[in-house]
Design a protein around this ligand. Sequence first.
Ligand code: NI
Length: 201
Amino acid sequence: MEFSIDQSLALLARTPATLDALLRNLPDEWTHANEGPSTWSAFDVVGHLIHGEQTDWLPRTRLILEHGVSRPFDPFDRDAQFRLSTGKSLPQLLDDFARLRAENLAALRALDLQPEQIALRGRHPALGTVTLSELLATWPVHDMTHLHQIARILAHQYRNSVGPWKKYLGVLHCSGRSAWKRKAHELSGALQRTKHQETTK
Ligand code: NI
């Protein structure tokens, strides 16, 4: 499938309701559990998605439109949710995410981006030159990465309870947790709480 703004919008608009249906009022035993040291809970993932709405997708779109490659993106803080979600409930986070996403999609529509604009280039601090269309294709795929992650986190909580069925359950054998990150931790001997587990962005 070729990238288009409309196709991206169609998927991006569904993520808040999908998360809401899955997570709202689910017991904390599910939503606050993670996959072990230096991994995230579903609660953490929603906080991370909120931070993306606030600092990543639209701000970077605007930066490309205004400055092109002359000004690199601000680095994304992958641990921001551990500060920003403190003291909040999951229903609050789900509400915040839904509101921010709706605002950002309205703002994206209002930009009415033309083909020559989505071909514009910007500069990612680690990846180098990227196009606006690549950024806007990454946004919904980033959502899918984290929906996939949440499914895996929830499944992980019953990894022992399923007994011998474990071998038939692909989600329990998924290698989505970032091997490079865990390897880096091992190499540095750093066991401090630098929680992170994604390979994107
Ligand atoms: Ni992410």
